[in-house]
Ligand binder design. Structure first.
Ligand code: GAR
Length: 215
């Protein structure tokens, strides 16, 4: 099996990047991380990549006059590393429609809510303010509108009366680290098909030819 090459875009701590790095370490995992790009120099995730000898680059959006020019610089670097699939992992910049189109159905994002509820950069705050009893996280294909696109997998967590931003974020992150490697595995194995806003997950075949239910 030829492993798919992954480019991971980050802006911060990179705990989801870490989960992907750890998943990729397994011999039977169908993907490997070829490059990590951060738009922020201070992103701790860059250290995580370097510790694992993964090429890590900073492309600061402030150095580019337009969103398109910034996205072009990222695209060039992704091409240089022969990337097949892009994973947004806490990447907090909107991408231009042209970039999104280039990576149509080959670019994933993880968001800390049950989309389409609670889009945006303050999902946990909004969840706590709303009084909902459950939250969670979503891995989805990226479309030009923020935090939208066909849903691949979600995980649900309870919202507890005593929750703070920190306790809720920690509970959700634990699930993010579980579902992101799972969604990437499915995509890398060619098991996802998209029809409109719906994603079908094909079963995998076990060594004896039996079908394994994806979930
Ligand atoms: C994660 O909770 C991720 O879902 C969220 O940022 C955090 C990054 O954490 N992403 C978004 O809000 C995107 N809209 P990490 O840097 O530790 O992976």
């Amino acid at each position: 099996m030829k492993k798919k090459k992954i480019g991971v875009l980050i802006s911060g701590g990179g705990s989801n990047l870490q989960a992907l790095i750890e998943a990729c370490a397994a011999a039977d995992y169908p993907a490997e991380i070829s490059v990590v790009i951060s738009n922020k120099e201070s992103a701790y995730g860059l250290n995580r990549a370097r510790e694992h000898h993964i090429p890590a680059h900073i492309i600061n959006h402030k150095d580019y006059e337009t969103r398109e020019a910034f996205d072009d610089a990222m695209h060039t670097l992704l091409m240089h590393h022969q990337v097949d699939i892009v994973c947004l992992a806490g990447f907090m910049r909107l991408l231009s429609p042209a970039f999104v189109k280039r990576w149509q159905d080959r670019m994933l994002n993880i968001h800390p809510s049950l989309l389409p509820a609670f889009k945006g950069a303050h999902a946990h705050e909004d969840v706590l303010a709303s009084g909902v009893r459950f939250s969670g996280c979503t891995v989805h294909f990226v479309r030009p509108e923020m935090d939208s696109g066909p849903v691949i997998v979600q995980a649900v967590v309870p919202v507890l009366p005593q929750d703070t931003l920190e306790t809720l974020a920690a509970r959700v992150l634990e699930q993010e680290h579980r579902i992101y490697p799972l969604a990437l595995r499915w995509l890398a194995e060619g098991r996802l098909s998209v029809s409109g806003n719906k994603v079908m997950v094909k079963s995998a075949k076990a060594a004896d030819g039996a079908l394994i239910n994806p979930l």
